[in-house]
Design a protein around this ligand. Structure first.
Ligand code: AKG
Length: 298
């Protein structure tokens, strides 16, 4: 895919300095249309919302939820979109020209999608994911912070959150993506290199107030978390990750479960999404070993 000149121009230096950036992406019509495509699938008559407010731990949210379970518990849901035939009606978002165009300004061209999900919750839900950097695939004793969180190392991955309602649930520590943890941050992590305890206080934390239709682009090496005491509006936030095929991928690239791509599913995809998936698998053949992405030579 090549640079699209209708995408907004972003301040790439500010993105690299802070590790994140907010920008306007969707107008009201685009938002409403996406929202109705999503809610048509999510709010089926038979998934009645239980309304009982209690806290469900979100630690393992990345394992993914089932669409038909939506609302059975008052919890934050995480739906995988790349591997789910039920969510095909809004897979066009993966190749949206504005999204691709802004990410190309950071990573260069030949973008490959490697993650896509939907965060969804109903008003009254409490959501707390522990502070982390997205390094969960790396065994803790192999995380060499000075090597992988540095200004010198180009991080070939951009993550994007795209809320369709105002979303205040993403918290970040600005600038933490290109340096190891400070002593105070290490204290907050209490010895873990993956997740801090849910109630940990993180120094320098900033809550991102992302308006409906805006996007937060971020370097997912940032110390960040998802957390909201109580959603006042529904949460419908799309979440995607890309890298450029012009450079080796990072560990974020390896989350996709290849077994989910049955011939039947691949055949039903739109030609654009099918091409994106074909490009993903070509890249995966080129870089088959996830552990090379952190055990690299200087
Ligand atoms: O809920 C969010 O916005 C952030 C989720 C998150 O931290 C993650 O998926 O790694």
């Amino acid at each position: 895919m090549s640079m699209n000149n209708t995408a907004p121009i972003i301040d790439v230096d500010a993105y690299h300095r802070d590790g994140y950036l907010l920008l306007d992406i969707f107008d009201q019509n685009e938002r409403d249309s996406l929202l109705s495509q999503i809610d048509d699938i999510l709010l089926k008559e038979d998934n009645s919302l239980d309304g009982a407010a209690r806290f469900y731990s979100s630690d393992n949210q990345h394992l993914g939820d089932k669409i038909e379970d939506y609302g059975r518990k008052t919890k934050h849901y995480y739906f995988h979109l790349l591997t789910n035939p039920q969510t095909m009606s809004f897979q066009h978002i993966f190749h949206n020209h504005k999204i691709m165009g802004v990410i190309e300004q950071i990573l260069g061209n030949q973008l490959i999608i490697n993650n896509a999900s939907l965060f969804a919750a109903e008003p009254g839900t409490t959501y707390k994911l522990g502070w982390h950097r997205d390094v969960i695939q790396i065994p803790q004793d192999e995380i060499d912070e000075a090597k992988i969180f540095s200004k010198e190392r180009f991080h070939n991955s951009v993550q994007i959150n795209l809320p369709l309602y105002e979303d205040n649930a993403l918290w970040v520590v600005p600038g933490s993506h290109h340096r190891p943890n400070t002593e105070q941050e290490n204290k907050a992590f209490t010895g873990s290199k993956h997740y801090a305890p849910i109630e940990a206080d993180m120094p320098g934390a900033v809550q991102l107030k992302i308006k409906a239709g805006q996007a937060a682009l971020y370097n997912n090496n940032l110390i960040h978390r998802g957390a909201c005491e109580m959603f006042k509006e529904p949460r419908r936030s799309l979440h995607m990750g890309y890298h450029s095929a012009t450079l080796p991928p990072t560990w974020h690239f390896y989350l996709l479960n290849e077994d989910m791509f049955t011939d039947d599913y691949l055949e039903k995809m739109s030609p654009e999404v099918r091409t994106m998936l074909d490009e993903y698998f070509i890249c995966r053949q080129q870089y088959p070993r996830m552990q090379d992405t952190w055990n690299f030579c200087d």
